[in-house]
Design a binder for this molecule. Structure first.
Ligand code: ZN
Ligand code: ZN
Length: 284
């Protein structure tokens, strides 16, 4: 199963207290994990798209997207016979901004959207899953700052290596201040798009936020010079290869250990020489 609908009725019980606060939190950190009951039917596997479907008096429609992040489990104090899964939400829209259910129904015909919304977790057939993704892509603004990064929910999960980027890396003002101070060459490898590609490359570089999402309290205020650094897309991707991103110093150390010289093709002899050097220096 590639996708599920997670039905949510804010009017019934207090199932998601402080949702609007969570929307802000997600904006800051880029991802919000929450356990979700899956009911007794077919269980979604890790990697499945999870679409938050709002219904009830508040309104109805597509409110958010996430990715199933765990196998079904029986959470300790969340009592009940049915299992739960962890969902990593990457987009949660404020209440009222949902994509209306009639638009959804027109694009992704499902026998009964109303019934789908009332269950906590319903599988979506492949064809409808694709239609939802396309609709979502049309309704979500493209990323102006980083055209390389896909908007969450618009590509099949198995086509994606996930890079979590947070709001601060997309903030145009903070980005300008950061680049005015640090310049537009990569802080790890020194790559400059202007030097490599000429005028067309001028000014292009990713901006990476150094403060781990977990340390972003409500009182956090961004320091665009101290907390952001320019990174080329390669170094940026490497930074986010770990859940707590690698620091600039760690990435530089990684590169110097690997011994790769920017812009050159490494020959087998050079690789052998590096292996010898490592052996002699006792680092392997
Ligand atoms: Zn770099
Ligand atoms: Zn980053």
């Amino acid at each position: 199963m590639v996708a599920v609908l997670l039905g949510w009725n804010p009017g019934v019980g207090d199932t998601w207290p402080g949702y609007s606060r969570v929307v802000d939190e997600l904006g800051a950190s880029g991802v919000y994990r929450r356990a979700w009951p899956t009911g007794t039917g077919t269980q979604p596997g890790p990697g499945a798209d999870a679409w938050l479907l709002l219904h009830g008096k508040t309104g109805s429609g597509l409110l958010g997207h996430g990715v199933v992040a765990s196998a079904p489990h029986h959470a300790g104090d969340l009592v009940g016979a049915a299992p739960w899964v962890d969902v990593d939400f990457d987009v949660l829209l404020p209440l009222g901004d949902q994509i209306p259910v009639d638009i959804l129904a027109a694009r992704a015909p499902l026998t009964d959207w109303a019934a789908a919304a009332t269950g906590p977790c319903r599988p979506v057939p492949e064809e409808q899953a694709r239609a939802i993704r396309e609709l979502w892509a049309e309704c979500r603004p493209a990323d102006e700052i980083d055209p390389v990064l896909p908007v969450p929910g618009t590509l099949p999960q198995d086509a994606l290596a996930r890079v979590c980027v947070n709001r601060y890396e997309r903030n145009p003002h903070a980005r300008r201040v950061c680049l005015a101070h640090h310049g537009t060459s990569c802080a790890v490898c020194g790559f400059s798009f202007e030097a490599a590609y000429g005028p067309e490359g001028a000014g292009f570089i990713h901006v990476h936020h150094l403060v781990p999402a977990a340390q972003l309290g409500p009182g956090y205020e961004l320091d665009p010079v101290g907390d952001l650094v320019p990174l080329c897309p390669n170094c940026h991707t490497m930074a986010h290869r770990r859940r707590i991103p690698y620091s600039v110093a760690e990435l530089r150390a990684m590169r110097s250990r690997a011994g790769y010289i920017s812009g050159s093709v490494v020959s087998q002899q050079e690789l052998d020489a590096q292996a010898d050097a490592r052996r002699i220096l006792g680092s392997t």
